[in-house]
Design a protein around this ligand. Sequence first.
Ligand SMILES: [Zn+2]
Length: 324
Amino acid sequence: MAYYAGVDLGATNIRAAVADEEGNVVSTTDCDTPQGPAGIAVTEAVLDSLREACADAGIQPTELRAAGVGSIGPLDLAEGAVENPANLPDTIDRIPLTGPVGKLIASDRVYLHNDTNAGVIGQRFHSERNPDDMAYITISSGIGAGVAVDGNVLSGWDGNAGEMGHMVVDSRGRRTCGCGRDGHWEAYCSGNNIPEYARMLAEDGESVETSLPLSDPEFSAKDVFDHAETDAFAERVIDRVAHWNAVGVTNVAQAYAPIVVYLGGAVVLNNEELVVDPIRERLDDLVFNNVPDVQLTTLGDEVVLKGAIASALTDGTGDQSKVR
Ligand SMILES: [Zn+2]
């Protein structure tokens, strides 16, 4: 039996898994992501997670044939590391991954991807038709995409292709994104930004009557979606969010001609009908070329972990024919 490993390195959680040669998960582990003192502490936690997953599977790390890592960014692929991650404390400058993981498993078959690229690899591998042309888009605290074109998963020279959340969708630039630039998709539609966007829309209105707790500092995207059926203003916010989401997905469709677009991330997973359906309904009017099939991810919140495993199995591609 041959074994492979996958790691999902997030800002709050590290998940690792060992799988067999068909991608069936044998063991998983879960731990908090260290918030310091330096990046090497995160590296150590990743290695510990892998050791633990191996122990649970009854194997030595050196018995792993390959490992895939889906990680928060930004990445420095040449160095095999995360560089100055945006969502971790400033003391964490660099998180070396490829080298240390390779040493642990005694193999140079370590594949590092940003999390959305791991997502597209996982979704590709687990789709019946193993599509060559597809996209995976996550809408959670941020927005990002992983894209496969002609069977190639696009990573870019430094591993940071697919930062679609920072595409300009609103040329008026009314909302400023967390990255400091104006008009980005994420500034309107990510879980972190929907509350601020709702407040902006409320200020636009002459007299907004709403039961949304707009002035409460705890006001969240969940409040907006929870009031979808009972509050006309919440409905309007959801409609505007759907508009910008559809513009974003349209831009991805025009740029890469995916046959299918899978959507994932907490905002999507928690509100499928209010997020996915309205995007689907709008694409016919917006997309000039082939209108992609828009689907909810079939891998839920394990899409990055499953993608990391799929990457290990397929030399970083998600191509089922490359399993070895
Ligand atoms: Zn931005």
